[in-house]
Design a protein around this ligand. Structure first.
Ligand code: BGC
Length: 389
């Protein structure tokens, strides 16, 4: 292959609620404690990354990574409507500064699934007003971080927030209504646009984009029309909304098989991950291609990974996913970086601490970290900016 471009971002990612611990002031914490929700356990102390981020970042830098994607917890930074916390923003400033001092580019996500309780209780993503509130939060936060952060993801997977929050009912607020999902899609797109504008005003030169959950779509037995129908509200409306952004964040875990009747689930006999997905690292190539061709903006793989107990399957997954990334680069697609999800084993939302995605394992009874062989493998690739010939 022609090789990874200079400055390619080799990173890992986390999200505040999944790793920090103690995020009691958001809608997810309430959801975890709601007996009607499908959550299997509360997030609790998570992996205490809020206090241990320095050691965690040092470990990632020593392994060879040059980028780290993390999120701000909105409910900490703006615990009540319009009341912003300088002390909490300073925490995230220290995280960004620590990254930089270790040679790691910090990439900040402003919303990763969790919404402050004060806003959720006013209707959250079902209300147009939320887009405006998000724009203010984006402006205030990025103005305060402008000298230490130059890459921002506005909303993590708005399609998942809308689909699971308002169609399947798996995420808060647990609504199951196709019209409500359409409405949330529109509010999230508007929020993204407002945030892009706010960030560009607060930090000129900062790169901004949204990240999207994208699947490889496989039509089975003539399911092509159904693929189009399901994919439109799930991916296409968002891909069409990112024109003019600096990048599109692609996040891929597996594929969707679709027949004329709808989703089929994994193919018989397929190897399954701990999430119940088909083990299918090659899906990433298909989603990068689609994101690039539909949006025309540079692609940044902001999440890709596998929940596996056997770390050798994680190594195989990464190797095969990178085969696809390299083919895309060879074919001329502008790819800014590859981010493995996740740096640490963490709180996998409704499924709790069962599915382990991390390159670094965590014993939550002691909070002791253990570096898995896959971390060393990917760290080595990161340090060499490629896999050699
Ligand atoms: C989310 C992460 C999640 C991961 C694995 C993505 O949808 O951004 O928060 O842990 O997938 O399921």
């Amino acid at each position: 292959m022609s090789g990874y471009p200079n400055g390619f971002l080799w990173g890992t990612a986390t999200a505040a609620h999944q790793v920090e611990g103690g995020n009691w002031n958001n809608d997810w914490w309430a959801w975890e404690h709601n007996p009607m929700s499908p959550c299997v356990e509360p997030s609790g102390d998570a992996v205490d990354h809020y206090h241990r981020y320095r050691d965690d970042l040092k470990m990632l830098a020593d392994l060879g990574f040059n980028a780290y994607r993390f999120s701000l917890e909105w409910s900490r930074v703006e615990p009540e409507d319009g009341e912003f916390s300088h002390a909490q923003l300073d925490h995230y400033r220290r995280m960004a500064e620590t990254c930089r001092s270790l040679g790691i580019t910090p990439i900040v996500t402003l919303h990763h699934f969790t919404t402050p309780r004060w806003l959720a209780s006013r209707g959250g993503w079902s209300q147009m007003e939320t887009a405006e509130r998000f724009g203010s939060f984006a402006h205030w936060s990025i103005r305060g971080l402008a000298d230490v952060v130059d890459m921002v993801c506005t909303i993590n997977e708005p399609n998942i927030v809308a689909t699971h929050g308002y169609l399947t009912g798996l995420f808060p607020p647990g609504v199951r209504d196709p019209d409500a999902r359409e409405g949330a899609n529109q509010v999230l797109i508007d929020a993204h646009h407002r945030a892009v504008e706010a960030i560009r005003a607060a930090a000129p030169g900062c790169l901004v984009g949204m990240t999207l959950a994208m699947s490889e779509w496989t039509a089975v037995d003539g399911g092509e029309a159904m693929v189009e129908q399901l994919r439109r509200p799930m991916e296409d409306v968002f891909l069409e909304a990112v024109a003019g952004d600096d990048f599109i964040g692609v996040q891929t875990y597996s594929r969707n098989r679709v027949s004329p009747a709808g989703y089929l689930g994994p193919e018989d006999g397929a190897e399954l991950t701990l999430m119940g997905y088909e083990f299918r690292p090659r899906s990433l190539e298909a989603t990068i291609e689609r994101a690039a061709s539909v949006t025309g903006v540079p692609v940044y793989v902001t999440e890709n990974g596998v929940a596996a107990t056997d770390d050798r399957r994680r190594e195989a997954f990464i190797e095969q996913a990178l085969d696809g990334v390299e083919r895309c680069i060879d074919n001329g697609i502008d790819i800014l970086g590859y981010t493995y999800w996740s740096a640490l084993d963490n709180f996998e939302w409704v499924l709790g601490y069962g599915p382990t995605f991390g390159l670094i394992g965590v014993d939550r009874s002691t909070q002791r970290r253990s570096v898995k062989p896959s971390a060393r493998m990917l760290g080595h690739i990161a340090r060499s900016n490629g896999r050699g010939s």
